[in-house]
Each structure stands twice: as C-alpha cells, then as structure tokens.
Design a protein around this ligand. Structure first.
Ligand SMILES: Nc1ncnc2c1ncn2[C@@H]1O[C@H](COP(=O)(O)OP(=O)(O)OP(=O)(O)O)[C@@H](O)[C@H]1O
Ligand SMILES: [Zn+2]
Length: 562
C-alpha cells in the first residue's frame, strides 16, 4: 500500500496543493556541476521530487531535486569508533533513518546510502595508548557495537559501510590530485595542508577557528595528511609516513562511491563547520567543479535536560544506547525522535521519554479498543461513520503534506493523534448491545492506516498476541509452548503442597520439594519480563502477553519469596 511510485505520489501532492498534475516533473538543464560553493547555490538539474528540504547550504527550505529520477545518492558521516555509542548518536542516525524511510516508502525514491566509519583518528590513538592495545582492536570493538546498537534501534543499515583504514590508498591519490590542481601543499615535516587562499572567497572567511601553525600558509588551512609521531600507526605516502586528516576521508570515500556529484549529505549540526565546509572545499578542488553535494541536511543535537552542551563521549555526559535499551524500547526511542523536527535540538529526560511512551500507549490502546469493537466485544451506540471516513482522508493528506515539507514528523504525528482522538470520541462502552448498526470497516481502515504509517517510521505495533501471525515456529508459538510447560510445572508443584497439607503436615509453605520448581517458575517469569513477555499467574493457570520491553517485572508476586 505504501509503495507508491514517485510519479503518482508527486502528482497527488501537487493536486493536494492545488497545482496542476501535469508537468509535475521539471528537468532543469544547467550543467552537471552547478555553481560554486560559498557563492550562490544553484538548484540542481534533474528530478523534482515535489518535496522541500532545509538545505544548510542556503539556510532555507529548497525544492528537493535529484540528479536521477527516483534515486537519491546519500552520504553520511559515520561514527568515530573509540567508545560506546550514546543517545546523541542514536538521535542523529534514527532521525535520518526516518527521513530515508519516508523518502523510500512514501515517495518511492530509492535511497543509496553510504557511510564512513572513522576507524583511525587522534581520539582512537589516544584510547589505544591508554588501554595499551592496538587502534584496530579499539576500532573493531566499537564499530561492532555501533552496528549492533543501530540494528537494535531498527536503523536500516547503509548499503555500504566504508572504513577509513581500508581506503588510505584512495585518500593518498585524492590528495595528490588536489595538490596537482593547485589547492594543497606539502610541508617539510611531512604534512599536507589544504590551501584556503587558492579558492579565494569560496571558504567561510569569517569562521576561522583553526589553530595557527608556523608551517601553514594561512591559519585557516587544514590538514589533509598528518605525519606520524613515534608510536602512532602510519601508512606510507609520497610525503612520508603518516595518516589522513579527518575531513579528507569523507570527500574521498563519498567520491569513490558517487563520483563528482552527490544529492544529499547528512550529519549532526556540529559537523557543519569546519568538517563539512572542508569536505566541500576538498571535493570541489578535486573534481574541479562547484556544488559537489547539492543538499546538506543537519540534525539538531540531543542534550541531557538542563545541560547546555550536547551529549558527548568527550564530555562524558552521556547515556549509552545499551543502557537506554535496558529500560525502554526502540519503538519508544523512535517515537521520542518523531515528536520533534529532525533539525531541532532535543532534550532527553525522564519526562520527554515518558511522553513518547504515553503517545505509543495511546495508539496501542486505540488499536486494542478498535479491534475489540470490530469483534463486537466493545459495544457502542452508532458511530458517525461518514465523519470518520472523512477524517481518515483528511489525516492521510495532512500526513503527506507534513512529511513533504522538510520531513515534518511532529506535524504528521499530531495529525495521527488527532484522528485517534476523534475515533476514541465515538467509542463509548455501554453495558448492553442495543443492536445498533455497527461500522467495523472504518475502524479497520483507521487501524490499518495508523499501523502502516508507524511501520514507515520503523515502529512496529504488531506486538499483541492476537495480532501476531503465528506460523509454526514463530516466536509467539515458542512463548505459548514455554508458558504451557511452565503452567504444568507450577500446577504439579502447587498440587504437592495440597497433598502434604492433606497429609496433615499443616505447614504448606515449608514443603521443601516444591520450592525449587516454583523458584524456577518465578525466575523464568522474571527473566522474560525485560524481554517484553509478561506472564501473569491466575490461580493454577497462567496467561501471557507481549509488552513494551522492560515493563512487567513483578517481584511482589514471587511465589517463593516467603
Ligand atoms: N549529542 C548529539 N546529538 C546529536 N547528534 C550527535 C550528538 N553527538 C554526536 N552526534 C552525531 O553523531 C555522529 C557521529 O559522531 P562522532 O562519532 O563523530 O561523535 P563525536 O561528535 O566525536 O562524539 P562525541 O562528541 O561524543 O565525542 C555525527 O553526525 C555527530 O554530529
Ligand atoms: Zn564527514
């Protein structure tokens, strides 16, 4: 249902905005390399998606025009892998994952996403010296953890991850070309610097934050290649032993995958300057053209509430993704991200994450009630069916409009919540069925739509037992069998108590034979709760349900605690 073709979606979007559906696509005809960065941004030639995106190059929303029809080339700066990933990283990568899912699943655009893994840099070297292990051990360990963390947050992996250390030969060749093109110079110490003056006023002149150095021609010049100090890892190069500077890895790797033209480049806002400005300067100096990447999207920072600083490994004010997932679910984190614009700063606190949990709870409760109504278990007076169909249509159009407008997820979520509010207003439980006309189809349509949209955002609400498709061997089937087995064991143990009581021991709680069995049953129940399976004991019977992860540990119900 959500795999619309880009053409049909854009045609619909134009009709929604009151624009003629014909000529929905403009193929502009300026040259492949557009304008010069730092001077004037030129709208790219190619395929007009009908969407708008905030482009950091112009600091305003621009029509999103891609070089090829239905395809977006997308490069993102990846993590520097010297420590565990935290919620700041999660926030940036989940937000862009949502943007990419919107592009591909709602607007039919194939997103080709490549990401670099920075597996050599000053911070990694420092950490390896502190731990007395090689940089490879540090980077491999944290790269693996990063990838696992992203998967547990349901971030779709890029089509390719590229490590800096596996691309040093490309980087050396890239630097050589920049030198040949007259935009970089080597020093006698074995460093290579980008020559800012060689590109005139195309570089951010007012933002000189680079440290000065005796060997640089201009304090703004930045390192493309750094000579190796003793004990540091190195690669051979025409300038001696050394390693790449930070910015050059992205220009080289993005160019090695996508050539001289890139549709979208993303990263956190802290990367806008100097990192992205330097990437642009290097890439345009290498390709000898302007406007290498047409759109730069930057995500806002995540802060711990009350802290003016972004959450950061170096500032040690962070919550790791793994710690977070002990108490909350990936669905909850994604909802937390959806409730703010990807560009805005976001405060992480108990109350902001609770707000996300509450929103998910409202949605789940509505789905549950709507299903009960469909099954005839929730009796209601007649609903205003025509009104609900109308509201559903309006919601669909509001969601599409919001998402086409710089991926405005909070506006889309508010349209969904508004639909739920109006639908809930019609669901009044009454004690008896009055035989009134019923309208299950409109509730079914709302539930399907809400689930589809959330699925696009990477939130899967198919977690209730009744929803689950239960082919043999599914996880639900396994939990069902496990619970039945536990029920039998418990019933057996409880019956042993009855026997002994009947045998006039008169102290049922002291029967030693049943304790290990009941203890095992308690342990199983307690261990399944953080995994999202809530077992409830009702007399000798037990039921189970899938919950949000982390809920439902019920120590107070321990059968063996007394
Ligand atoms: N607190 C944060 N909020 C949002 N995005 C963040 C935050 N911290 C890092 N990022 C983003 O995560 C991506 C990977 O960052 P990287 O590994 O280079 O982190 P970093 O900035 O070196 O981390 P740190 O500052 O924690 O040492 C970048 O796009 C960066 O902008
Ligand atoms: Zn980068």
């Amino acid at each position: 249902m959500w795999r619309f073709s880009a053409r049909s979606v854009i045609r619909k979007a134009k009709v929604l905005r009151g624009l003629p559906a014909v000529n929905a696509f403009k193929f502009r005809s300026n040259g492949s390399c557009g304008s010069v960065s730092g001077t004037k941004w030129v709208i790219p030639s190619g395929f007009d998606t009908g969407l708008k995106a905030f482009n950091s190059l112009t600091k305003q929303k621009e029509p999103l025009v891609l070089a090829r029809e239905g395809v977006a080339t997308w490069y993102s700066c990846g993590p520097t892998v010297y420590d565990q990933a935290h919620l700041g990283h999660a926030c940036s990568y989940v937000r862009f994952d949502i943007v990419q899912r919107i592009l591909s699943r709602l607007f039919g655009i194939t997103v080709i996403h490549a990401m670099v893994i920075t597996d050599i840099d000053d911070k990694i070297i420092k950490r390896s010296l502190e731990e007395n292990v090689s940089t490879t051990i540090i980077s491999t360990m944290y790269e693996d953890e990063f990838k696992r963390d992203m998967l547990s947050l349901k971030v779709i992996p890029p089509v390719v991850y590229l490590r800096v250390t596996e691309n040093v030969h490309h980087i050396v060749a890239f630097i050589e070309r920049i030198i040949q093109n007259g935009h970089a110079y080597a020093t006698k110490e074995g460093d290579v610097y980008f020559d800012i003056q060689s590109i005139g006023d195309r570089y951010g002149k007012t933002r000189n934050t680079m440290p000065s150095s005796a060997t640089k021609r201009d304090p703004r010049d930045f390192a493309l290649w750094k000579h190796a100090n003793p004990q540091e890892p190195y690669w051979d190069s025409p300038w001696g032993r050394g390693r790449p500077g930070w910015h050059i890895e992205c220009s080289t790797i993005a160019s090695s995958v996508f050539g001289s033209q890139l549709d979208i480049h993303s990263g956190g806002i802290d990367l806008a300057f100097p990192h992205h400005e330097n990437e642009i300067a290097q890439s345009e100096a290498y390709h000898q053209c302007g406007q290498w990447a047409n759109y730069f999207l930057h995500s806002g920072h995540l802060h711990l509430k009350g802290s003016p600083e972004k959450m950061s490994k170096s500032l040690k004010n962070y919550v790791t993704i793994q710690d977070f997932l002990q108490s909350y679910s990936a669905n909850e984190f994604r909802m937390f991200c959806l409730l703010s614009k990807y560009r805005s700063g976001i405060n992480y606190s108990d109350s902001s994450i609770s707000e996300a949990r509450t929103s998910l709870g409202t949605i789940s409760t509505f789905i549950h009630d709507a299903q009960a109504y469909m099954k005839g278990q929730l009796q209601c007076s007649p609903v205003q069916e025509a009104l609900l169909w109308e509201r559903l249509t309006e919601t669909k159009s509001s969601v599409m409009k919001a998402l086409a407008d710089d991926f405005d997820t909070p506006r889309a979520m508010s349209a969904l919540m508004n639909l739920i509010y109006h639908a809930n207003c019609q669901l009044h439980p009454v004690s008896e069925c009055d035989g009134a006309a019923r309208s299950p189809a409109v509730f079914a349509a709302m539930v399907s739509y809400i689930r589809d949209v959330l699925d696009v955002f990477g939130i899967n609400l198919m977690h209730s037992k009744s929803d689950a498709v239960s082919p043999q061997g599914s996880l639900e089937g396994v939990v069902e069998q496990l619970t039945r087995f536990r029920t039998e064991v418990r019933a057996f143990a409880l019956a042993r108590q009855d026997c002994l009581t009947a045998g006039s021991l008169n102290k049922p709680g002291l029967n030693p034979e049943r304790i290990p069995l009941l203890k095992a049953c308690d342990t199983l129940r307690n261990n399944l709760a953080p995994l999202g399976v809530l077992i409830k004991d009702r007399g000798a019977n037990s039921t189970w349900e899938i919950t949000q992860r982390g809920q439902g540990v019920q120590d107070k119900d321990q059968e063996t605690s007394s």
